[in-house]
Design a protein around this ligand. Structure first.
Ligand code: IMP
Length: 192
């Protein structure tokens, strides 16, 4: 079986992909291959950060691999927080502080256009391929909803009048940036 590493330790993310690809590929997490390195995301684009992860694994373990990087791009903030989405307010993963910083920076701003983006870098038989998923929307003036994570409470996807944090996980997974990028990856793998 063709071994393929998903550069994550999130078993839930892995299971979602595994459910969609057939039995010709054995999917492995970082834990599965004994990789406990802290792979630093030093890139300035999602593409670079996704690539840093997949290249690291490929070079160290000589295994095909894919890694993803995601975040929120806000037009009126010149694409910020972008690759800094997780640590926009300083501390990694402080979602409440990150949301507050976005709302403060957009105070009085009428252009609320934004998008979530995911880029996946896949190294397959030693060659790199990229898959890009986006979902367009607008930034609310106040948070709403308690589901999801990150910036979900202030992001209203186009065509809806609720935020990501007010949607069921299933509904979000139908339209999300991550789901779209993963679908492109899965389509690619199913033709191999
Ligand atoms: P990651 O690359 O998937 O770890 O995402 C990096 C950061 O982007 C997260 O910590 C969140 O702040 C933000 N982000 C990415 N995807 C989402 C999402 O679906 N909803 C809300 N925030 C997200």
């Amino acid at each position: 079986m063709h071994k393929l590493v998903f550069a994550t330790n999130n078993r839930h993310k892995l299971d979602e992909v595994a459910a969609k690809i057939d039995g010709k590929i054995e999917l492995l997490t970082l834990n599965d291959i004994g990789c406990y390195d802290d792979i630093e995301e030093t890139g300035t684009t999602f593409k670079q950060n996704a690539s840093i992860k997949s290249q690291f694994i490929y070079k160290k373990y000589n295994l095909d691999c894919f890694g993803d990087d995601s975040g929120l791009e806000i037009d009126a903030l010149n694409g910020q927080p972008g690759v800094y989405s997780a640590r926009y307010a300083g501390e990694h993963g402080n979602h409440a502080a990150n949301i507050k910083k976005v709302l403060d920076n957009l105070e009085g701003e009428t252009n609320r256009k934004a998008r979530f983006r995911t880029v996946i870098s896949l190294i397959w038989n030693g060659e790199e391929h990229f898959f890009d998923g986006t979902v367009e929307g607008t930034i609310r003036t106040a948070p709403s909803g308690s589901d999801g994570f990150g910036y979900d409470p202030i992001f209203e996807p186009d065509g809806y009048n609720i935020t990501f944090a007010e949607m069921s996980m299933d509904a979000k997974n139908q339209i999300s940036h991550r789901a779209k990028a993963m679908e492109l990856l899965v389509n690619f793998l199913s033709t191999r």
